[in-house]
Ligand binder design. Structure first.
Ligand code: NI
Length: 136
């Protein structure tokens, strides 16, 4: 009897999508406005989902207060109001696409959550564009 529980949080961050092996023209062709050299911001929504058996003692799959604290202390503190390219270690050598941001968030939280529980990250970069990791 597995149940999935989710917590939604949000953060603002700036980024530039850029492949340093390409010319500015090629970057502009591939990444469009997201390659603007002076960066731009997004209001990201992140949904962290944990799936597992409810604990028979509490009825909880995962304490949502604890999940909220984990996200705030380990993810939002590192990404919120940051320039992802310049202010974080994660994207020094990794393009800060929604895909890569979701994988980074998953890797951070995976270390904090019991391995018996499945973890999924859904990241909205805009209201209409979102990614999920893992994919299934
Ligand atoms: Ni962008």
């Amino acid at each position: 009897m597995k149940v999935k529980v989710s917590r939604k949080e949000h953060f603002n961050a700036a980024h530039r999508l850029y492949n340093p092996e390409w010319s500015d023209d090629q970057n502009a062709k591939v990444f469009g406005k997201c390659s603007n050299p002076n960066y731009h911001g997004h209001n990201y929504e992140v949904i962290v989902s944990v799936t597992g058996e409810p604990d028979p003692r509490t009825g909880y799959v995962f304490d949502m207060k604890l999940l909220s604290d984990l996200i705030r202390e380990n993810v939002l503190s590192k990404l919120d109001h940051k320039n992802l390219n310049l202010d974080t270690e994660f994207f020094k050598n990794l393009n800060p696409t929604a895909e890569n941001i979701a994988v980074v968030i998953w890797r951070i939280l995976r270390q904090k959550i019991d391995s018996d529980l499945e973890l999924k990250i859904t990241l909205y970069e805009t209201e209409r564009n979102f990614v999920e990791y893992p994919a299934s």
